[in-house]
Design a protein around this ligand. Structure first.
Ligand SMILES: Cc1ncc(COP(=O)(O)O)c(C=O)c1O
Length: 399
């Protein structure tokens, strides 16, 4: 019998070699108790959370929690069904209404995760004879959506407008074209030049989908994302997003003004062939989305946090993913995986949790310590975080 696991041997060996150096497994941390959007108990000690994507700190919002409790009491723990059968409750419709209001768009479709939203929308609208032009650093869910729909994939260099234009120019006349972009790229925390990219895509007659997973709720005057901030939201055909970041729960969505959008509910397999979100989850999401419409003070504080952490880390001598802060993600570039893991563990020892990211998830083979700030981090906490980075950086020789 052939061993189908043989292909994992190099990864198993690499992981073992890392653990043999004595570091804790950075991918097996357990949150023993979560105290707030910014604090948890890990390994028995209170830890500051700086790697949760909980940008707007909505997970412990009183109204959000109350809405979840109420829905749990009134509608039970789960729907046990697909959206197209018994799984559409008033709560799912209310959540879609909240999204339509949030984006001021005609249509909204809620999926069970953001991963499934990309998988479903991309695979359904772009099929075998169509072309998808996408940034090479796109999220796995975008690549998986392309693979599922069997469209022709045409990647272009990260955030390179002229590369996008050239690729579009080579697509056969008359073929269906979808350009897939992200507002914020989560590995380095950099923002896409959507204004130019959307213009180039529209000039070539392509439809445009933008994944705003890391920008919804935070970037743009109304938190609608990078497309709003750069003034091109009206030219974007589909916005994809998630509830697992700023919204503070779980789920995914697509919003659009396309007049035929509603047909997707019947033909999109990752929407039809899976159970819908539990009533408590859509209730928390709808409440959170409506509160995010009035989140400008929180957005302003989150920008302050991002700027302060970026400037502080730079002053300490760390190499960062972007020259200037562009989002709520600050990526600290590590010299290699070993020192990255050592630094990650030293930070945890200091009482700080960040994300360790490594290839293949990262671009250019980089090992990164990714920090994602929260609007609930106080000035004092950001100061404490910088002190922890200084201690851990010096202890591990990274600075
Ligand atoms: C750009 C992007 N799109 C989609 C997703 C998937 O979101 P979800 O966690 O809701 O599946 C993520 C999550 O990491 C993401 O970073």
């Amino acid at each position: 019998m052939s061993d189908l696991f043989a292909k994992f041997d190099p990864l198993i060996a690499e992981r073992q070699a890392l653990l043999d150096t004595g570091v804790k497994d950075p991918f097996a941390l357990v949150m023993e108790k979560v105290l707030s959007p910014t604090r948890a108990i890990c390994n028995g000690r209170e830890t500051i959370l700086l790697g949760t994507y909980n940008y707007m700190g909505m997970t412990f919002d009183d109204d959000v929690i109350a809405a979840g409790h109420k829905a749990l009491d009134e509608f039970g723990s789960g729907t046990t069904g697909s959206r197209v059968l018994n799984g559409t409750y008033v709560g799912h419709k209310a959540c879609e209404e909240a999204l339509k209001d949030f984006y001021a768009m005609d249509h909204a479709m809620v999926f069970s995760t953001g991963y499934q939203a990309n998988l479903g929308i991309i695979s359904t609208i772009a099929g075998k004879d169509d072309y998808i032009v996408l940034d090479i650093d796109s999220h796995a869910s975008i690549y998986d959506g392309c693979a599922m729909g069997q469209a022709q994939i045409v990647p272009f260099r990260h955030n390179d407008v002229s590369a996008l234009e050239k690729r579009l120019g080579r697509i056969p006349e008359g073929a269906g074209k979808l350009v897939v972009l992200e507002g914020v790229y989560s590995m380095l925390g950099d923002v896409a030049p959507l204004k130019e990219m959307v213009a180039v895509s529209k000039a070539a007659g392509a439809m445009v989908l933008v994944d705003e997973a890391h920008s919804m709720g935070f970037i743009g005057e109304n938190g609608r994302g990078v497309a709003e901030a750069q003034g091109v939201l009206d030219d974007v055909d589909f916005v994809i997003g998630t509830f697992s970041k700023s919204v503070g729960t779980v789920g995914g969505f697509c919003v659009s003004n396309h007049p035929k959008f509603e047909i997707l509910r019947l033909v999109c397999r990752p929407y039809v062939f899976t159970a819908s979100l539990p009533p408590s989850v859509v209730a928390t999401a709808a409440t959170s989305i409506r509160k995010l419409m009035h989140g400008s003070n929180k957005r302003a504080h989150l920008w302050e946090n991002s700027k302060r952490l970026h400037a502080g880390l730079k002053a300490l001598g760390f190499r960062l993913g972007t020259e200037e802060p562009q989002s709520a993600i600050i990526a600290v570039i590590m010299p290699d995986l070993e020192r990255g893991a050592a630094m990650w563990e030293a930070l945890l020892g200091e009482g700080l949790y960040v994300n360790l990211a490594r290839p293949p998830a990262t671009p250019a083979g980089m090992t990164l310590l990714r920090c994602s700030l929260c609007a609930e981090h106080s000035d004092a906490v950001v100061g404490a975080i910088l002190g922890m980075f200084e201690n851990a950086g010096k202890a591990t020789g990274v600075i």
